[in-house]
Design a protein around this ligand. Structure first.
Ligand SMILES: NC(=O)c1ccc[n+]([C@@H]2O[C@H](COP(=O)([O-])OP(=O)(O)OC[C@H]3O[C@@H](n4cnc5c(N)ncnc54)[C@H](O)[C@@H]3O)[C@@H](O)[C@H]2O)c1
Length: 280
């Protein structure tokens, strides 16, 4: 079952103040949803709210400053959403960080930072909000932002990032059926090159995971990376997500450039798999 319309629905969008999350917020808002932007960065929140100011939907867009790795803050946010809106209808677990660097230099701080936001941030969103989404009985939808990096073999500097995104892809696929029984749809977004601020990963790294990082040089280089003029606009991704939600599509995939590498990976796995008369 999918939600049939965004009209009057409340959508909680993590990382909703920038890039893809903001693109999703705009697309949902244009279709009549109430938007709660949940983001770590007050500067992003301020700019994001300004993009809605004066528009027809501006009164139905609000923001919460939250770190998705903070479970207590998440519990408070869920309580607030319950009190204000009788619970949310759409959860978009989109906040993520572009953690990248030479994997043999990685320290625990780099794994903890990357998996903390990109995996546990999603887990925390599910744990905090699923109870109210099930209890209110209206049904709803979840979108988890993974990456096409999860679907192909990636260069070594993306090991932590791709591992986290693969976990998000996998949990989305495997939760779909049980959520469908509760009238909650599940989509996983796999984007590639999209214009955003993901190169600012270092700015989003908490102080206690900075000192012992092995990725300092690569994060500095990433922070100076130019955004490609040909990269996709986040608004275009947002439109794809809105349509994918209404279709209850499991996979929302933005770019076709990796299709051959996706096929090669699947074929390599199948080629390594013995034949069996019994199939699950
Ligand atoms: N841009 C791309 O090309 C691309 C490709 C594949 C996947 N993605 C994924 O898309 C998602 C959105 O990224 P984006 O490219 O729009 O980047 P972005 O940096 O523009 O937006 C991410 C937002 O998340 C927020 N954020 C970061 N850490 C947070 C935390 N701990 N708690 C709450 N908010 C936090 C940031 O402040 C930012 O506003 C991420 O999950 C990213 O991995 C992006």
């Amino acid at each position: 079952m999918a939600i049939k319309s965004f009209e009057g629905k409340t959508a909680f969008i993590t990382g909703g103040a920038s890039g893809i999350g903001l693109g999703i917020a705009k697309a949902f808002s244009a279709r009549g949803a109430r938007i709660v932007i949940a983001d770590l960065r007050p500067d992003h929140i301020e700019k994001a709210l300004a993009t809605f100011a004066g528009g027809a939907q501006s009164n139905s867009v609000s923001a919460i400053e939250i770190d998705v790795t903070n479970r207590e803050a998440y519990a408070d946010a869920a309580e607030k959403m319950q009190a204000e809106f009788g619970g949310i209808d759409i959860l978009v677990n989109n906040a993520g960080v572009g953690v990248e660097g030479p994997i043999l230099e990685a320290r625990y701080a780099d794994w903890d930072f990357g998996l903390g936001v990109n995996v546990n941030g999603v887990v925390n969103g599910l744990q905090a909000f699923l109870p109210q989404m099930i209890a209110h009985g209206r049904g709803g939808h979840i979108v988890n932002t993974s990456s096409l990096a999860a679907a192909v073999m990636m260069p070594e500097q993306f090991v932590i990032y791709a591992a986290g995104k693969a976990a998000v892809l996998n949990m989305s696929e495997n939760m779909r059926e049980v959520l469908a029984a509760k009238n909650i749809g599940m989509s996983v977004l796999l984007p590639a090159f999209t214009k955003s601020n993901i190169h600012e990963a270092a700015r989003n790294r908490p102080a206690h995971l900075r000192k012992d990082s092995g990725f300092k040089a690569s994060e500095k280089a990433l922070s100076e990376r130019e955004i490609g003029a040909e990269w996709m606009e986040p608004e275009e991704v947002g439109e794809m997500v809105a349509k994918g939600v209404l279709n209850n599509d499991l996979y929302i995939i933005t770019h076709g450039q990796f299709k051959n590498r996706m096929r090669e990976r699947a074929e390599a796995m199948l080629a390594a798999t013995p034949e069996s008369d019994f199939q699950f």
